[in-house]
Design a protein around this ligand. Sequence first.
Ligand code: PEP
Ligand code: CO
Length: 451
Amino acid sequence: MGATFFALMIGPMRNFDWRSCPAAQQPSYPDPQQLADVVNDLRRRPPLVFAGEADSLRADMERAGQGEAFVLMGGDCAESFEKGDATTIRLKVQTILQMAIVLTYGASMPVVKIGRMAGQYAKPRSADTETRNGVTLPVYRGDCVNGHEFTKSARVPDPKRMLDAYLRSGTTLNLIRAFTMGGYASLSEVHSWNRGFTENPAYARFATMAGELDRSMRFMKAAGVDFGALTQVDFYSAHEALLLDYEDAMTREDSRTGDPYDTSAHMLWIGERTRDIDGAHVALLSGVRNPIGVKIGPDASPDELYALMDRLNPSGEGGRISFITRMGADLIEERLPALAQAVKADGRPVTWICDPMHGNTITSENGYKTRRFADILAETRSFFQVHRAVGTVPGGIHVELTGDDVTEVLGGGEHIAEADLAQRYETLVDPRLNHQQSLEIAFEVAEMLRS
Ligand code: PEP
Ligand code: CO
C-alpha cells in the first residue's frame, strides 16, 4: 500500500450483468427497501482501497506467477465484529510479518503480504438453515450478514451489518497502514519478535535456519545497510467476494482510466462454492480490474479452468488471476498435475497458490471441526512437488491463522491433542493455525522453497 499513486475514485459504478445470473450463497433479507437504502448509502461512501494499490498488487502477483516473488495470504476464516480490537489485529499483522521474514529468507525473493483481513466478514455455508433441539433458524453467514448467536433476532439477515462491516474494514485498514508504514514493523523489529519462537526448544529443528537468518541480519547491519530505510512494508487486503450487493456497492470508477475497481479490498477471491462459470460471482468480478483469486477444489476439470480464464482473464494479463488450490492432502498428487499441465499448455499466465486448509477439515472424536497440522504440511509439500514436476511455479500459500494462542488445529510442535481443543477454541467458522503453528509453517515452507 506504500508509495503508490493514490488515484481518486469518482462516481459509483453500476456494474455488469451479474443481476441476471444465478446467485449462490446470498442471504434472504426480509425488507428489500432496507437493503436498497443500505446499498445506496454504501455507494456514496469513500473507497477503502485505491486503484493504484490494486494495480501494484497485480504486478506483484504477476512476479509471483513467474517465480520472482512468493505470496503469503493469511488471516481468519471469518473476521468477527467482537474480536475487532486493536490487539487482535496487531497480533495477526505481526504474525504475518514474522512469517514473511522467514519466507523471504527461504525463498531469497520478495514476499507479497496479503491479509485475509479488513473485509473477511461473509461466509459460504453448506446449508441455509441450522437446527438445534428442534429449533430451525437461518445459518450464520458471517458478521456482515447476521449474528453468530443461535437466536431468531441474531440470525435474521440485517443489511445494516454491511455498514458496520464497511466501517470496521476501514478502521482495520487504518491500523494496518499505521503498523506497516509507521516504522513499528521495521525489518530488525520483526526479526527480534521471531526470537521467542526460535529460542523455544520445541522448535530446535529450525535452529540452523534461524541461526543463518540471524547471521544474515548481522551481516547486513555490519555492511551498513540502512535499516532506517527498511521500516515500511507493503501489506494488502483480500477477502472472499461473496456478498454481491456489498461488492457491487463498493465498485468505483478509477479517475485516471475510467476502469472499474472493487474498492472493498485490493484482491478479491471467488470461493469453491460460487465459482460457477455462469453464476453472478464470476460475472461481477469479470467486470473489475483487481487481481482475482479463484478457489479450486479436487473436482475441478481443465475445461472449468479454461472457462474461468476466458471469462476473468481473456487477454492473458499477468497477475490478474490466481488459482488457489485446496485439494486435500490425500487428493492433491492425483488431481493437481492434470490441472497444472492444462494451464501450462494454455500459456496464459496464472499464479498458483496453495490453500492447504480447506481440503483438510475433519471432525474430531469430541465433536470439534478441526484440521491436522500434518495434513496441512503434507498438502503444501505436495503442492511444491507437483508444480516442480510439471514445470509450473508454486507461487504462494493461503492459510487461516490468528495471532492468538488458540487451540483449533491438531498437532504442531505444541502437540495440540483432541482433548486440548476445548481449551481455546474460538473460531466462528473454520479452525485456524495459532501464532506458533503459523511460524512453524513458515519455517517448513521456507525449507521447501530452498530445496
Ligand atoms: C474459505 O476460504 O474460508 C472458504 C470457504 O474456502 P473454499 O471456498 O475454498 O471452501
Ligand atoms: Co475457512
